[in-house]
Write a protein that binds this ligand. Structure first.
Ligand SMILES: *Cc1c(COP(=O)(O)O)cnc(C)c1O
Length: 223
């Protein structure tokens, strides 16, 4: 586990560098609740997790004014475990998933915020909607198809590469879609950029970044 002093230093450095209009989602996956509490006590209120079970275990142990974002692939049969408390589901990567979130949200009388995760990376491994799927879903939503959903923006993950031009191209692609959709209905959140590429993402128009290891240190995946 990373030294709390080091985490504090990391966190303060990042906060200082972030432009005011850019939201920080502190990605706390694999890190224990004590460590999350350290960063919470420094003023951070938005945290991201990528696994439902891990999030559902941590949620009751931490302050209730945390806004939890799910950022990892979500299976439809697991939506019910987070629906009551999740602030934003950033990883909507299929229409079926969105329908299930809408259904579960209705059951608990909620409006749930989501981001459409668009596939921008060349890598086969990354989840996400194709461009045309994202556009179709957005239009359907505008036409009232998902009444218990609020689509607040888009999320994307760039290819894992050293090639900055490649990453830039992918971020720019998503920014273009974001601007295009915003003409029909104003979007709030363009979530792109992680520890390794968030400055580039911000330069390309991101107004929300998901930062894990640059705050919490490397993950050892033992938890
Ligand atoms: C883990 C994760 C991050 C954070 O990654 P770091 O490189 O540790 O900052 C961001 N987004 C998603 C979707 C992730 O799964």
């Amino acid at each position: 586990m990373e030294d709390p002093k080091k985490i504090e230093q990391n966190y303060r450095q990042i906060i200082e560098l972030l432009p005011e209009n850019v939201e920080l989602v502190a990605v706390s996956k694999t890190h224990p609740v004590e460590v999350i509490r350290t960063v919470y006590d420094l003023g951070q209120k938005v945290f991201g997790e990528n696994k439902v079970q891990e999030l559902a275990e941590k949620y009751p142990l931490l302050p209730k004014d945390i806004s939890w974002h799910l950022i990892g692939h979500l299976q439809r049969n697991k939506v019910k475990y987070i629906i009551e408390f999740i602030d934003t589901i950033q990883s909507v990567d299929s229409e079926k998933l969105l329908l299930e979130i809408d259904r579960q949200a209705k059951n608990c009388n909620r409006q749930v915020k989501v981001l459409l995760q668009v596939k921008i990376a060349e890598e086969e491994s990354k989840f996400g909607l194709e461009l045309h799927e994202a556009k179709e879903i957005f239009t359907d939503w505008l036409n009232g198809k998902y009444p218990n959903i609020e689509i607040t923006g888009l999320m994307g993950m760039a290819t894992f590469t050293e090639n900055e031009n490649q990453i830039k191209k992918e971020f720019n692609f998503l920014k273009q879609l974001y601007d295009q959709l915003s003409l029909k209905k104003n979007l709030k959140t363009l979530s792109m950029g992680m520890s390794g590429d968030y400055q580039l993402a911000i330069a390309c128009g991101a107004n929300s970044v998901r930062i894990g290891s640059a705050i919490f240190g490397n993950r050892d995946y033992i938890l």
